[in-house]
Design a protein. Structure first.
Length: 274
């Protein structure tokens, strides 16, 4: 994971929405050297943690005419877009890049609300809260190379960043990485239930499943080889793991089920985007 320093940032960064994801981004930016004095947060109900940051230089809810942002990060829920975006349109300058992490809000939607703006649409996921997320981003034609670099550095504060040229891919991105953490959590739940069904005490089964999923994820993160190689490494021919994988990798096994799940999420993402 390539965290990129932000100690050379000049200008004003406006964060719109300082909830869980916005707060995680704030923490990540600060760890990378961004000074709170350079950040403005617009948040109607700031949490105590955000208010504390105000004592360290973060400007919270100042008068709009005092803000001249060089970058805006929109981290509100998508249903708040109609209320929030008109006010932002008045703050955008010719050199401002706008980064939206609102789920399902397309570049076309943003361009209608913020005409003429340099726009980046991004899809993070919840592990961003611990700096282990992955974000996929796409830019409109107005984003310059320097603005894309800044957007990349801001998004990288919470994990890895991938860029795509075709916005149509964002529905599948949402289905794989945006919704994906829920699939992994379900795996831990299912493994725990299966352990209990096999005779383990339920609390022990839950602990074993949790630590197995978490540890395996960390091994995958650190390993220089792909997931298939790691799977083969732990599978002895004719052993217990092979017996289980015969079921999971069968005709109606995990591959087929996961494809159905991702296709369902992709279709729903398209429906929600209108």
């Amino acid at each position: 994971m390539d965290h990129k320093p932000l100690d050379d940032f000049t200008g004003t960064l406006l964060l719109v929405g300082a909830g869980k994801m916005g707060g995680a981004m704030l923490e990540g930016w600060h760890r990378l050297g961004l000074k709170f004095d350079d950040v403005v947060a617009l948040e109607p109900a700031p949490a105590p943690e955000i208010i504390t940051l105000g004592q360290r230089g973060l400007r919270i809810n100042p008068a709009p005419d005092t803000i001249a942002p060089s970058a805006i990060v929109i981290a509100v829920k998508p249903q708040a877009a109609a209320e929030v975006l008109p006010g932002l349109a008045r703050l955008i300058r010719h050199d401002t890049v706008v980064i939206s992490i609102m789920a399902g809000r397309t570049i076309a939607f943003l361009e209608r609300a913020l005409p003429g703006a340099a726009l980046v649409r991004a899809m993070p996921n919840t592990p961003a809260a611990i700096g282990r997320g992955i974000t996929v981003a796409v830019a409109n034609a107005r984003v310059s190379g320097a603005q894309r670099d800044l957007a990349d550095r801001l998004l990288a504060a919470t994990g890895a960043v991938e860029w795509v040229a075709d916005e149509a891919l964002m529905d599948a991105v949402t289905a794989v990485s945006g919704s994906g953490p829920a699939y992994v959590f379900l795996l831990a739940e299912s493994l725990a239930r299966a352990g209990a069904a096999a005779g383990l005490p339920a609390d022990l089964a839950a602990r074993l499943a949790r630590e197995t999923v978490a540890g395996s994820g960390e091994l995958l993160h650190r390993a220089a080889v792909d997931a298939a190689t790691l799977r083969r490494n732990v599978t002895s021919p004719g052993g217990t793991t092979a017996a289980a994988l015969d079921v999971l990798m069968g005709r109606d096994g995990l591959d087929a089920l996961m494809q159905k799940a991702v296709m369902a999420a992709t279709r729903r993402s398209k429906e929600l985007a209108g």
